[in-house]
Ligand binder design. Structure first.
Ligand SMILES: [Zn+2]
Length: 478
């Protein structure tokens, strides 16, 4: 194989990364890369385990003077998000990634690069292959399906692991270490009703042009939720006259802030209702547009053939109006970090059935349960039956961590700078490991890797080199 990155820094590390790029590994297709990792472990004479989910754990004995030290885990995921730009949309997700270099910045031709999280795979293999390094026994953990719901980590049998110190290499900003993340669950709710049939004059209310975004990482940016805005308007209108919902549609997925919601509503006096909506829009939009600059609220004449009865209609919009949505609690003593959040993700109403979905997040099991309980209590009050689904654990930040201290010291020695230590409000595999391994001491770090999950994904090779070097320095002291 010819290496594009040869001579640019750590040839072993960069070469391994290029080899990984030559093996297609979008989520759900990690077999090839698991084969590659196993072959490397075998060639080096190390014991490894490969499970049914294609997770691989390689056990590397400690170097001579550290053979009896406590094992240290290094972890990353083998799958990647494969996306193309418009020009390369015919590229097959099961073909090798074609690399291009701009100075010391590496990206792919027309597709995502997969440095998220190919860098972790290359880093673990580079450390495994370098017999000159000083390190404790290592448990190198390669997980699958991270990008489609942390599937590999979830399926992994952690009882084979002896360590309780873990360096996760799945972050994308050098000098920033993550020490906590949110867990979550989905609340699904339904309520059946008997529609009133006929031919009714109605209005179609549309709330759109909103930014939307990720309901974990971007929940705290003051972005409006279209479901909430629509509900607030209809609720307000229902205080002035009887309103019946013909249909309501907002949100596509649980983990996005809803950017568009429409509702067809019948009212006793349509003209009054239209005036009410226009004046509500006039009052609300200047505030919403401070963040969602392209926001709009419109009402057009429409017809409806089926209506939700007035009481059920009012319950639905009242629920959406009063329920917790957005940031809910802050970490005690740290107002910059969220303890819990809720996202009123989806609303659907038509044909005798109203449905709602909420996504609740918190790094702390208790806070998650409390918030989910509040939402469930409200749903019940408003006539919905609800269920909790897809729960995954959070990772609550440790106050005093040996690993955090070591990372900070070594990072400062290496770069002369102070690192930033943060908790994030999205899910990470560390949350799953924190649940499986008692007293887990973990951090998540990684090199500068811009625009992940996009065709613009760009890895800074110098940063990649330094990150590997930093892990090696930490291992020496562990
Ligand atoms: Zn990742």
């Amino acid at each position: 194989m010819k290496y594009l990155t040869k001579g640019l820094g750590n040839d072993r590390l960069f070469g391994l990364f290029e080899e990984i790029c030559s093996i297609p590994h979008p989520s759900g297709n990690e077999k090839g890369i698991a084969d590659f990792v196993c072959a490397k472990a075998e060639k080096n004479g190390y014991r490894f385990i490969r499970d049914a989910a294609d997770n691989v754990i390689v056990f590397v004995p400690g170097s001579e003077d550290k053979a009896d030290s406590e094992p240290v885990m290094i972890q990353g995921h083998t799958d990647m998000v494969f996306v193309t730009d418009g020009e390369h949309s015919s590229k097959d997700r099961l073909s090798p990634i074609e690399l291009k270099l701009d100075g010391k910045k590496l990206s792919a031709v027309g597709t995502s690069l997969g440095a998220d999280d190919g860098v972790a795979v290359a880093l673990m293999l580079a450390i495994m292959e370098d017999k000159t390094l000083v390190h404790p026994p290592l448990e190198l953990i390669f997980t699958t399906g991270e990008e489609i719901g942390l599937l590999g980590a979830d399926a992994l049998d952690a009882s084979v692991l002896k360590g309780n110190v873990m360096i996760n290499v799945d972050s994308d900003c050098e000098g920033v270490a993550t020490i906590g993340c949110a867990g979550g669950l989905r609340i699904g709710a339904t309520r059946d009703y008997v529609p009133e049939k006929g031919d009714f004059a109605a209005l179609k209310l549309s709330v759109g042009g909103l930014r939307g975004g990720h309901s974990g990482g971007e929940i705290d940016l003051g972005r409006a939720n279209a479901n909430r805005v629509a509900a607030e308007i209809i609720y307000g209108l229902s205080l002035t006259q009887t309103v019946k919902i013909a249909e309501m549609n907002g949100g596509k997925v649980d983990n996005a802030i809803c950017d568009f919601c429409s509702a067809v509503i019948a009212a006793e006096d349509i003209r009054d209702a239209k005036t009410f909506i226009e004046s509500a829009a006039e009052k609300m939009l200047p505030q919403i547009r401070k963040v969602d600059t392209d926001a709009y609220i419109t009402a057009e004449d429409a017809r409806a053939g089926e209506l939700m009865p007035a009481a059920a209609s009012k319950d639905l919009v009242t629920m959406l109006f009063v329920c917790p949505d957005g940031p809910c609690e802050r970490m005690p003593g740290d107002r910059s970090t969220l303890l819990s959040s809720s996202n009123a993700a989806i609303v659907r109403a038509a044909n005798g059935k109203a449905e709602l979905a909420f996504s609740v997040r918190s790094p702390q099991a208790e806070a998650k349960k409390r918030l989910a309980g509040r939402i469930a209590a409200l749903l019940e009050k408003f006539g919905f039956s609800c269920s909790f689904e897809g729960e995954y654990p959070g990772w609550y930040p440790k106050e005093d961590s040996k690993l955090q201290r070591l990372y900070s010291e070594e990072y400062t020695l290496q770069t002369g700078k102070k690192p930033q230590i943060i908790s994030i409000h999205a899910g990470l595999e560390c949350g799953i490991f924190a649940e499986k391994i008692k007293d887990l001491d973990a951090i998540s770090i990684g090199p500068d890797n811009e625009s992940i999950h996009s065709p613009k994904e760009t890895l800074d090779l110098e940063s990649f080199d330094r990150t590997c070097e930093l892990v090696i320095r930490m291992l020496k002291k562990l």
